[in-house]
Write a protein that binds this ligand. Structure first.
Ligand code: ARG
Length: 637
């Protein structure tokens, strides 16, 4: 199609081939321009090849430490002390380029050489690039090319499985984190030119769903189901489970008393649930059609919540949809490798027999198939993986699942490896995360996503009402409060490293003070309002005289803006939302502290235009960063 062609030519144009140096994109990432320049200059004085120096040039943690630094020890040069080498090289390095317009004279700091970009050239490189590319700034479609040197070979495909709640059970904190992190990863890879498949693998199968269906027959109500499937199914789930618990107690008591418990065992709820699930597995029409209805109504409801979170799925998969045949194939493969043994009529894999020492012990034993022939969570995962591999022919697949399922995923990955599918094994990854502690809603501790979102929205509405004058200016306070509430939850979730646990705290997350969602939204909205109030045509802003941006505050903002594409590229390595979020807060702090110095209203027209160009570029970066994280940037609040 023509659209593909224009993208292809654009990619080809963008692609300045760097012999020897992988992941170097000077046309999209300004830092790479400086890295090439410095790697070449340093190569002349050190005799080390540019391709070795290039990846060692690191971005600094704070601007006072320079823009890029070279840790001399990383070059592993024998014989001389790194700090001595550093001083000598720093002296020599500017000589090959005495009039380097890119970098100022470096500063030696022990064994480090620190480089500062020349502000005059930096400003002119960066601001126009942002203003020309706007929403695309920071994206790098070259990263996802199958062949870095040949765009015509197309883009890599990644399947991201995330959210994956269980029908009829609460959408708990683990699902919320999976949803937030998975949505973020999908945006990140898309911006990097990957072909992204978003997959929701619903927990909708297993004996407990046989029990749920029984419960529905007993207490279900079609109207209530249509109206609020998630809560209705949950109520039924709770009721029937408490009946089941009573039944278990009764059986225990009968046993204790030495009385006959066979009637309860053979005809009780537990057995009926097992039979019902077996009927579902055997494709019993009535059982299946009821099941379909539960599933579809629940999906409709989930979709509404996902929309509020800016998330959509390309496929609603689920445990119920894994074909019996794929699981049989999986089991056959396991059997043919001699991995499966029988244990009391069930099929199991004892990892300790196939994986050496400690690792094997840690993996333990896994049940592959029950005595009655029905499948299990793990078996369904193996089958699902084979199906996805056939269907999507993915280059990579990510499971976004809490660390408490670490063992399950390790067992899954090991089974794949043991069946000899090493290539498939190398393409799948677990992106894990810790717990959210103390998540509850005003209604109690059982958590449904809708209730959480409603609560934070209401809380934000209360906070907004406190400032009457401002509140009166917001055109759609309900929607604004909703977005602010969602931003609060998401930013709190993404603030730390994924693996860390954190405590769910509505008061902290909805505050405008500190590094919160509302603060980030406020910073964005403030830039929008400055641009709106100034009322200068975009064409004027885009042709502003950037030589007027000379104050250290302005330069520092530009230095941070310049980092954005590099930050994104790094995020593809860390897969941590906090990598972007921390950067956005650094940028917003720097901007928010520069308004007094870099005034717009009241300045000369030319200066005003230059400063607006700076603010406009900063706004674009914040906007792009927020959208990658899955937030909806507000223009007004
Ligand atoms: N539905 C599962 C749960 O809530 C999460 C699914 C994780 N993904 C997987 N392929 N096992 O615990």
């Amino acid at each position: 199609t023509t659209m593909d062609e224009s993208l292809q030519t654009r990619l080809q144009k963008l692609h300045v081939h760097q012999p020897d140096i992988p992941e170097c994109f000077p046309s999209l990432n300004p830092f790479d321009v400086y890295r090439i320049h410095l790697a070449n200059a340093l190569s002349e004085v050190t005799g080390v090849q540019p391709k070795i120096i290039y990846p060692l040039l690191q971005r600094t943690a704070t601007l006072d430490k320079g823009d890029l630094l070279l840790p001399v020890p990383a070059l592993r040069i024998k014989g001389e002390r790194p700090d001595v080498l550093a001083s000598r090289w720093a002296d020599q390095v500017i000589r090959p380029f005495p009039e380097s317009t890119l970098v100022s004279k470096p500063i030696v700091d022990g064994p480090f050489i620190r480089f500062y970009f020349n502000p005059t050239t930096l400003v002119k490189k960066v601001i126009p690039a942002v203003l020309q590319n706007r929403t695309e700034w920071g994206n790098n479609p070259l990263l996802g090319l199958k062949d870095a040197n040949d765009a015509s070979k197309g883009h890599k495909r990644i399947v991201i499985e995330f959210s994956s709640p269980n029908i009829a059970k609460p959408f708990h904190q683990g699902h919320l984190r999976s949803t937030i992190i998975g949505g973020f990863l999908a945006n990140l890879y898309k911006g990097a030119g990957w072909n992204v498949v978003r997959l929701n693998y619903l927990g909708d199968w297993g004996k407990q769903y046989g029990l749920l269906a029984l419960g529905f027959k007993m207490f279900g109500d079609d109207k209530a189901l249509e109206e609020d499937p998630i809560h209705h199914l949950y109520q039924i789930y709770v009721k029937i489970n408490s009946l089941l618990a009573n039944e278990r107690k009764e059986i225990e008591q009968l046993e204790k008393d030495g009385k006959d418990d066979s009637k309860l065992r053979n005809e009780g709820l537990d057995e009926q649930a097992r039979k019902y699930f077996k009927a579902m597995c055997d494709n019993d029409l009535e059982a299946i059609s009821m099941w379909k209805k539960f599933r579809e109504l629940s999906i409709q409801r989930y979709k509404e919540s996902y929309t509020r979170l800016n998330i959509h799925f390309d496929e609603y998969a689920g445990e119920s949809l894994v074909r019996e045949e794929s699981m049989k194939i999986a089991q056959k493969e396991l059997e043919s490798k001699g991995l499966v043994e029988e244990s009391q009529g069930a099929a199991i894999v004892d990892f300790s027999k196939h994986v050496p020492s400690k690792a094997g012990k840690a993996l333990g034993k896994a049940l592959i198939r029950k005595t009655d022939g029905t499948s299990l969570y793990l078996t369904r995962d193996v089958g699902a993986l084979f199906e996805r591999n056939d269907r999507y022919k993915f280059d990579q697949m990510i499971y976004v699942v809490a660390t408490d399922q670490e063992l399950h995923l390790k067992q899954l990955f090991k089974l794949i490896e043991l069946t000899g599918n090493e290539d498939l094994r190398s393409r799948i990854h677990h992106v894990n995360f810790g717990l959210v502690l103390g998540m509850s809603t005003r209604r109690g501790t059982v958590v449904f996503l809708d209730d959480v979102l409603r609560d934070v929205g209401e809380k934000m509405h209360e906070v907004m009402r406190k400032n009457e004058t401002k509140y009166a200016q917001v055109s759609d306070p309900e929607r604004t409060a909703d977005i602010l509430g969602i931003s609060s939850v998401m930013v709190q979730d993404m603030s730390g490293k994924r693996i860390n646990n954190y405590r769910f705290n509505i008061d902290t997350m909805t505050s405008f003070e500190g590094d919160t969602g509302p603060y980030l939204q406020y910073s964005h909205a403030r830039l929008c309002s400055i641009l709106l109030k100034a009322d200068v045509p975009t064409s004027e802003i885009e042709s502003a005289n950037l030589d007027l941006l000379i104050e250290p505050h302005a330069i520092n903002v530009v230095r941070l803006i310049a980092q954005f594409p590099d930050i994104i590229q790094n995020t593809l390595k860390t897969l941590e939302p906090t990598t972007i979020l921390t950067y956005l807060f650094r940028l917003t702090h720097t901007i928010n502290s520069s308004y007094d110095v870099l005034q717009v209203l009241g300045s000369e027209r030319e200066l005003m235009e230059a400063r607006l160009a700076l603010y406009d570029a900063a706004k674009s970066v914040i906007n792009n960063g927020m959208r990658i994280l899955g937030l909806t940037p507000l223009d007004r609040m």
